[in-house]
Write a protein that binds this ligand. Structure first.
Ligand code: AMP
Ligand code: GLY
Length: 430
């Protein structure tokens, strides 16, 4: 099989790495890929943007691609699956209509209300003054979210009334996220611990992936602005058996059933961002319609089963016959970023130490924003590397990941020092 992976971040590197391990796969093409992907066996990068849907379709037709896997949300929300299917190509992921679960927070919230799925209380507004009146009536803390895609930056958690009123202006009046801010969702602030609950579905059957937890804020102890994710680990002890059962029965199953009933069956990856309240009650913070980045890195590192079988079963149906197995080991991914990210940062810094880390066992460095210049890997984005390690338990995985991180450096590198600390605390190890 020839597989095309769309995207060029750490998640896509992990997907290429995992897909290339399938004995069925002869070649993996990545558009646009990155310098780490280019080094993988069977892999090759092609210079096509992840959002140039027509060029990707033409390339897939010309190369006779057997399976396309899409990493990021933007092409999915823009309808890449519909365009590929119309051209007779096999592609993994939701249609444009089903991708609205991530593409429109107003759609997702209204859908959850209709289906009785637990989520924060909310109202949707297309008029900034009405949004502000509602915020004044509710008080702070409160959360203001742009309706559309905003690269993970469209949700603003506001501690004070003033911050919330300013957030409405930023999103709706100044249009900080463009048309994504034509509507806002204003919702109740939820207190608890977050987890990423990710499943693969064929529109009917559901296979949950291993649990994981992201670290969104840029600094230790969850301080500073939100990023795409500064690290992740799997499994996440906050997802107890009780939480797992509730998440499946109260959230995931009703979502897949509800989408089918609405005539927009959902196929692909459904990633539910959960807030787990009082360690027991999961509520939906958001839906994503793709693998998490960086959650995919530790999850795929633990996965023993051939991922291609699950992807094909999601497309063709019969996912009920697909069982995904994981190593008993824990995995931890520490993201190494350019200093300044998620704000302004410099590019083109030479990355040192990768050869040293390549010698380590149970460690894999997934590249995100990197490129190769004159034989050297250099930084080329905000999130640069996802240093991922396995360990017999979460503590050992953390220690091994940070041992690898300590060997890698570049000018103005930044990473969090506390990835996995919440799991250690929960297990009484910190
Ligand atoms: P979202 O884009 O909806 O996933 O939100 C991004 C981040 O904002 C989440 O990962 C949470 O940390 C935080 N957040 C979003 N909604 C809420 C909420 N209702 N209550 C508390 N925190 C929230
Ligand atoms: N790590 C968060 C996301 O993939 O949306």
């Amino acid at each position: 099989m020839k597989v095309l992976v769309v995207g060029g971040g750490g998640r896509e590197h992990a997907l290429v790495w995992k897909i290339a391990q399938s004995p069925k796969v002869t070649k993996v093409l990545a558009a646009p890929g990155n310098a780490g992907i280019a080094e993988e066996p069977k892999a090759q990068c092609v210079d096509i943007s992840a959002t140039d849907i027509e060029a990707l379709r033409d390339f897939a037709l010309q190369e006779k691609i057997d399976l396309t896997v899409v990493g990021p949300e933007e092409p999915l929300v823009k309808g890449i699956v519909d365009v590929f299917q119309d051209a007779g190509l096999t592609i993994f992921g939701p249609t444009k209509a089903a991708a609205l679960l991530e593409g429109s927070k107003a759609f997702a919230k209204q859908f959850m209300k209709e289906m009785g799925i637990p989520t924060a209380e909310f109202e949707v507004f297309d008029d900034p003054e009405k949004a502000k009146d509602y915020i004044r009536s509710k008080g702070a803390p409160i959360v203001v979210k742009a309706d559309g895609l905003a690269a993970g930056k469209g949700s603003i958690v506001c501690k004070t009334l003033d911050e919330a009123l300013t957030a409405v202006d930023r999103i709706m009046v100044e249009k900080a996220f463009g048309d994504a801010g034509n509507k806002v969702v204003v919702e109740e602030f939820l207190k608890g611990e977050e987890a990423s609950f990710i499943v693969i579905t064929d529109g009917e059957n559901i296979v949950p992936l291993a649990s994981s937890q992201d670290h969104k804020p840029v600094f230790d102890n969850d301080e500073g602005p939100n990023t795409g994710g500064m690290g992740a680990y799997s499994p996440a002890p906050v997802v107890t058996e009780e939480v797992f059962n509730r998440a499946m029965n109260e959230i995931v199953i009703p979502t897949i059933k509800g989408m089918k009933e609405k005539g927009i069956p959902f196929k692909g990856v459904l990633y539910v961002g959960l807030m787990i309240i009082e360690d027991k009650y999961p509520k939906v913070l958001e839906f994503n319609v793709r693998f998490g980045d960086p959650e995919a890195q530790p999850i795929l590192m633990r996965m023993k089963t051939d991922l291609v079988d699950a992807l094909m079963a999601s497309i063709e149906g019969g996912l009920d016959k697909c069982n995904i197995e994981y190593s008993d080991e824990a995995a931890v991914c520490v993201v190494m970023a350019s200093g300044g990210y998620p704000g302004k940062y410099e590019k083109g810094k030479v990355i040192y130490g990768l050869e040293e880390v390549a010698k380590m066992e149970k460690v894999k460095v997934f590249h995100a924003g990197t490129k190769k210049v004159n034989g050297n890997f250099v930084t080329n984005g905000g999130r640069v590397l996802g240093v991922t390690a396995l360990g017999e338990n979460i503590k050992k995985a953390i220690d091994r990941a940070y041992e690898a991180v300590s060997k890698i450096h570049w000018d103005k590198v930044h990473y969090r020092k506390d990835i996995g600390a919440k799991a250690l605390r929960r297990l009484g190890l910190l």
